[in-house]
Design a binder for this molecule. Sequence first.
Ligand code: ZN
Length: 261
Amino acid sequence: MSDAQRLSDLLVAAGQLGTVVFTGAGVSTESGIPDFRSPGGIWSRYAPIDYSDYLGDPAMRRESWQRGLHTYPPLVAAKPNPAHVAIADWWRGGLITGVVTQNIDGLHQKAGVDADAVVELHGNAHWIGCLGCNARFDRHGIHTRVEAGDLDPACPHCGGMLKATTISFGQPLPTQAVSRAQRLHATARLCLVIGSSLVVYPAANLPEVTLDAGGKLAIVNYTPTHLDPLATLVSREAAGALLAATQPLVSQGLSSQSAQV
Ligand code: ZN
């Protein structure tokens, strides 16, 4: 049996609101966004800036804004690939409860998943937040100020420090997002991991939350993960091709299921 058929059977068996999808960098590489950690990724060109350095050193903030002028436009230009499209289709069809992601690219929302249904563990690159008053700004507007020579832009409301709403090294994870992710995993009959090697916290243990609650695990990733031995399905296929092949099988599976009822 093909991986697509096995994945479809798991999704159909989990039923309506039965699946939580967990995604990492691997779901977005087919959209042209390199994994930050891979050779050629952002971190092989730029050393990451720690949160404490960002807060304490104006030179680091200026450096960060200058980098953003180069690293943000490719994110804006990136388009959802067939994996994002299939996930959005399953979300619209009520099959999945939400998407928990390590990605900051906003591609699940671009594909059509409601922003409310996407839990972003590492934040979102499309917004700028004020660390003083929590106001949010569109990133383009702030970049326009940087390009005009305002090299360490301050909040127009309170004069506070501005920062992209992504989570930096050394910055605490958003506790609300982590607890939402845990709830979604605890209530799922199936956790579908796509494109994550499950090495960093909390990614490393979220799928186990589903397993501990009696649910199943499916992993689609190029490389082995520490949870492969506990997964019902492990696929090394490319996420886009696999999910595109799975999509019509799920539709067939659901309609033949309802025909039997
Ligand atoms: Zn402010």
